[in-house]
Design a protein around this ligand. Structure first.
Ligand code: ATP
Ligand code: MG
Length: 304
């Protein structure tokens, strides 16, 4: 991570890291920290960046049995620098990294065989051939009555043209819980306004949509519960990377534990808010007790 604000990486500059990261890893780490049972299908190189990630996930209780170590390829990495307006520039090394070799290994099939839910990160669409793996995993879990969540967090740097668009559409048609932020909702639905996009997606069979609004909080939409808004917690933002992933993980895990949308949003907003107060994408991941404490200290409780 660049330690200064500015535009990109065209000049020498100070950096801090490495930090364990990657949207899928941040998400699954937060699921485990809240107490959900969690595993990840991934691939790393035989290097310190890979070990750093695997060790963090293992420490936090994630099943790492389906993380393959790929010989002769480096672990995927990303460099990020913030612009003055809060936008980010990235340099990614994913497609040609070990992550680009993510396959349906025996260990991955075994993990999926134990799963009741699959979460898909749009950022993973940078991996060649990932569509077939995702659809196989989703088919297996859905056949057992399981469910699917999808965060369409496709960075401009990662879009693969028409293939990426088709994958988004394929994903929408099997998604029970959609977790977009900002314009991703409009892009996913192909509609011009928030209300139209929500209606279109719910009509297409998406069970719940939870829209992330950064420092403006979040909103749940579904046919069952209607619209439920949740204001953000007031915190000092140090580093927003990872907020959406921690938010989504806390929401999903809370819903799967049986909480209603209003309570799940409160945990999710708390997880997102705590993340932005720490530098490093995974450094602000919260345990359940930390979230309860944070919510109590803010004097917030679930709205009816
Ligand atoms: P990313 O893609 O960087 O992971 P995102 O765009 O998917 O993030 P955001 O909307 O930025 O997701 O953040 C997710 C949630 O985290 C928000 O809905 C909000 O609840 C919380 N959050 C994010 N930024 C702030 C902030 N500055 N103050 C308080 N809460 C925040
Ligand atoms: Mg996002």
């Amino acid at each position: 991570m660049a330690t200064t604000v500015g535009a990109g990486f065209l000049d020498p500059q100070p950096l801090v890291g490495p930090f364990p990261s990657g949207a899928p890893a941040i998400f699954i780490d937060q699921v485990a920290r809240i107490g959900g049972s969690a595993g990840i299908v991934a691939a790393v190189g035989d290097d310190d960046f890979g070990r750093l990630n695997v060790e963090r996930l293992k420490r936090d209780g994630v099943d790492v049995s389906a993380i393959a170590t790929v010989a002769g390829k480096p672990t995927g990495s990303a460099f990020v620098r913030y612009r003055p307006d809060g936008a980010r520039d990235f340099v990614f090394n994913i497609t040609h990294s070990a992550a680009g070799e993510t396959k349906m290994t025996d260990a991955a099939a075994a993990l999926i065989g134990r799963a009741g839910h699959v979460h898909v990160m749009g950022s993973a669409f940078a991996i060649p051939g990932i569509g077939a793996i995702l659809l196989e995993a989703i088919g297996a879990v859905k056949a057992r009555g399981g469910s699917v969540s999808f965060d369409p967090n496709i960075r401009k740097e990662l879009v693969q043209g028409g293939d990426g668009r088709k994958l988004v559409d394929d994903m929408i048609s099997v998604t029970d819980l959609l977790l977009p932020s900002g314009d991703e909702l409009l892009v996913a639905a192909g509609e011009a306004t928030e209300a139209e996009a929500v209606e279109r997606l719910l009509d297409r069979g998406v069970g719940e949509i939870v829209l992330k609004r950064g420092s403006e909080g979040s909103t749940h939409f579904s046919k069952a519960f209607g619209r439920v808004d949740c204001a953000a917690f007031k915190v000092q933002e140090i580093d927003p990377t990872g907020a959406g992933d921690c938010f989504g993980a806390a929401y999903l895990t809370s819903r799967r534990a049986g909480l209603p949308p209003s309570a799940a949003l409160l945990y999710a907003n708390a997880a997102g808010a705590r993340t932005v107060t720490k530098q490093g994408p995974m450094e602000g991941v919260s345990g359940k007790a930390e979230l309860d404490q944070f919510i109590a200290a803010a004097g917030r409780e679930e709205k009816a």
